[in-house]
Design a protein around this ligand. Structure first.
Ligand code: ATP
Ligand code: MG
Length: 457
């Protein structure tokens, strides 16, 4: 039935840069591409083998092939096949079909999951048929769910370096759009007409900025050209998708470069509108750079990094600004901080769709900051016990790094948390700060009458 869609008559051979399906890909042997089979995830290998044993074609595809060609460690391994999702599902005991409109299969082995996708067609088959995919008035594709052959599958991918297929059994790379050559030249080139492809899916503009930063590639001039004009189309993209893309860019390990790339292409309006106001402010800019640098470093060191923490960083300069303004209007410091936090999160929700599930973490990290100022009595000990102490402390170090608070404060907490009990007591400062308010219990009337003036604490 579904095979009806896979009316797979390969088209005429067309120029590999035209974006039209080309049934004669370059097929590179091991000696030409140099990918070591041992570096392919064993789960992905097994998945391809099982599919091939059952008579299907199966390839490792996309970012993994690109990254291996560039000697980088792939983030994940995706498999593309001519088997339908149902056929894939039947071959693997531990697998499930996900997605309703376009089904893909998750194949589980051990704790790994491999995403298996059936070849999809782009619509503009051989340039002769009308694109069947529904679009909105700006040309954005709303549904993309037609099965196709391998050549069509390659043509609907975004960049030439992302349209490479690795056959683990024959150890060959199938290259439809000269992606291997572009990889070597470090060029990010859109498949097909760049303006049309950006209109179809404006997120590809953000992906271009992300890959250029992550791979240290140049964006091909013809690919870059329409971006300035089309950047505004990002406003039509569902905010949740923009948020996902923002997280990918910020957690790529190349956030500093990625954010600069976004600004250089004028894409930050659509993705991180907050950057505009903040990066004009010297202290805000220093803080965000320090925060992004810290996250990049954590990712390179394989330390955990959370989107909540990152957004806490990105929004902090605004919180600070509002915090000061609200205090200047007469509010006390702590209530003013809470008002500022809520305001900033609410404003950003409309622009960036930060999911509410992150609010708790973000607010806790912010709300802990004034507590690091207190270095006397029992308060530092209580702060150490706080479940978010670590994130709050990491945040404090970024504030110190950016010059917002004294380095000495960060250093004090670094030492305090690792010191033994005796040294901690010796480190405590004389109690000069504002005393924590004691809550007074009101006396029951009869008691008050019995001992007037006596304070109950
Ligand atoms: P990463 O290392 O960030 O995972 P990736 O290239 O694997 O990079 P994914 O988002 O995982 O990127 O997508 C996998 C593949 O799917 C891409 O390599 C590309 O071929 C294709 N793809 C993903 N998103 C798009 C898109 N918006 N338009 C066209 N093709 C896309
Ligand atoms: Mg990927």
């Amino acid at each position: 039935m579904i095979r009806r869609f896979i009316k797979r008559v390969f088209g005429d051979s067309k120029s590999p840069s035209s974006g039209k399906p080309n049934d004669n890909p370059l097929i590179l042997p091991r000696s030409k591409h140099g990918i070591k089979r041992a570096l392919i995830d064993s789960c992905a290998l097994k998945t391809c083998e099982t599919l091939a044993d059952a008579g299907f074609n199966a390839f490792v595809v996309g970012g993994a092939v690109r990254d291996l060609l560039l000697d980088k460690k792939p983030k994940d391994f995706d498999v593309a096949t001519d088997a339908t999702p149902e056929e894939v599902r039947r071959l693997f005991r531990r697998s499930r079909i996900i997605g309703r409109r376009f089904k893909i299969v998750h194949v589980m082995c051990g704790r790994d999951t491999i995403e298996v996708t059936t070849f999809r067609a782009g619509g503009n088959i051989n340039g002769e048929e009308e694109d069947e995919r529904p679009t909105d008035e700006t040309g954005r594709i709303l549904e993309d769910n037609i099965f196709g052959n391998m050549a069509e599958d390659a043509a609907r991918r975004d960049f030439t370096v992302n349209a490479l297929y690795y056959d683990p059994l024959r150890e060959e790379v199938h290259d439809y759009f000269n992606g291997v050559a572009d990889c070597k030249k470090k060029i990010l080139r859109m498949i097909g007409d760049p303006a049309t492809r950006f209109r179809e899916d404006p997120v590809r503009m953000l992906r271009a900025a992300r890959f250029a930063a992550k791979l240290d590639f140049h964006i091909d001039p013809a690919t870059r050209k329409p971006v300035a004009e089309l950047a505004g189309l990002l406003d039509n993209v569902p905010r949740a998708r923009i948020f996902d893309e923002a997280v990918k860019l910020l957690m790529s390990g190349h956030a500093v470069r990625g954010v600069h790339q976004l600004r250089a292409e004028g894409l930050h309006h659509g993705m991180l509108p907050l950057l505009d106001t903040i990066l004009d402010d010297e202290q805000g800019k220093r803080f965000i750079e320090a925060g992004l640098k810290n996250t990049d470093q954590r990712i390179h060191e394989d330390k955990p990094a959370s989107p909540g923490f990152l957004f806490a960083c990105l929004l902090w300069p605004q919180v600070q600004r509002r915090w000061k303004e609200i205090q200047a209007e007469g509010e006390k410091p702590i209530p003013a901080l809470f008002i500022a936090m809520d305001e900033v999160l609410e404003t950003q929700r409309g622009l960036l769709a930060i999911p509410r599930r992150l609010d708790g973490m973000i607010k806790e990290v912010w709300a802990l900051q004034p507590r690091f100022e207190h270095r006397s009595g029992s308060r530092p000990f209580r702060l150490l016990e706080h479940p978010r102490f670590r994130a709050g402390y990491d945040f404090l170090l970024i504030r110190a790094e950016s010059g917002e608070v004294a380095h000495e404060l960060g250093d004090w907490w670094t030492e305090f948390q690792d010191a033994d009990e005796e040294s901690r007591k010796a480190m405590l400062q004389a109690d000069t700060g504002p005393k924590p308010k004691r809550r007074r219990r009101r006396k029951p009337k009869s008691e008050a009458a019995a001992s007037p003036g006596e304070e109950i604490t």
